[in-house]
Ligand binder design. Structure first.
Ligand code: FPP
Length: 229
């Protein structure tokens, strides 16, 4: 593939509809979705993608039924416990964005462990958005800036105070499940991202679908507001 994006962000949508169509519970859909994560992480590492940001739980997802929220948190915990070995041995750097302070102490501990264990790795950065909302992130960034006493602020000051500080902006934002919205995800960072909405539900999103999207991306002409001669 000629032009591989440095940073890919994915809104993993459609778990609920996938499950409903199969006559199963929404939670079953999230379980199936969680199993897809490893395949896409593996493929991203092999393709030389630098950063993969996955939207696992938004600041608005707390409005879901209690048992669904609980299941999502448990799935994330389960994922961390099971995958850390694989991630570390495959040179993956594990990070999160979002406000993790309100998560359970078990989950926070597991996140901190994964972050510190993998921090010196040099391969793919796997960035999981958990309790993440772009408006909340920007608000936290502005409050940080005020605390630092800055009066005249630049775009760089904002970038440096976002959860994604030091990461390149996403080149490509993929949303599975066919909805045409960005759902409070990386609003600042996707200013010039290419967008790909696929009708495929996240539990059906496999390596082949991913690679086809990357082929399509490599044919796009990115102008960043300028003109290409
Ligand atoms: C959206 O589907 C999906 C989520 C809110 C959760 C995504 C979580 C996972 C894929 C599993 C856990 C993640 C990790 C990193 C292990 P939806 O429920 O809104 O689907 P619908 O639009 O069909 O209802």
């Amino acid at each position: 593939m000629s032009d591989i994006p440095k940073h890919i962000a994915i809104i993993m949508d459609g778990n609920g509809r996938w499950a409903k169509e199969k006559g199963c519970s929404r939670i079953h859909g999230h379980k199936a979705g969680s199993s897809r994560v490893r395949e896409i992480v593996k493929c991203s590492g092999e393709l030389g993608i630098k950063v993969l940001t996955l939207y696992a739980f938004s600041t608005e997802n707390w409005k879901r039924p209690k048992d669904e929220v609980k299941a999502l948190m448990e799935l994330f915990l389960h994922y961390l416990k099971n995958e850390i070995k694989y991630l570390h041995s495959n040179n993956v750097v594990f990070r999160t964005i979002g406000d993790i302070e309100v998560l359970s102490s078990d989950l926070k501990k597991e996140i901190e462990n994964a972050v510190s264990k993998t921090k010196n790795n040099t391969g793919l950065i796997l960035n999981i958005a958990v309790n993440y909302g772009s408006r909340s992130e920007i608000t936290r960034a502005v409050n940080n800036i005020i605390k630092k006493g800055l009066i005249h602020i630049t775009e760089k000051d904002i970038c440096d105070n976002l959860d994604t500080a030091n990461l390149p902006d996403p080149d490509l934002l993929i949303r599975t499940g066919g909805e045409f919205r960005v759902s409070n995800f990386l609003l600042w960072q996707i200013a010039y991202a290419e967008l790909k909405i696929t009708p495929i539900y996240w539990p059906d999103f496999d390596e082949n679908v991913f690679k086809n999207i990357l082929e399509e991306y490599s044919l796009r002409e990115r102008r960043f507001g300028g003109v290409n001669e």
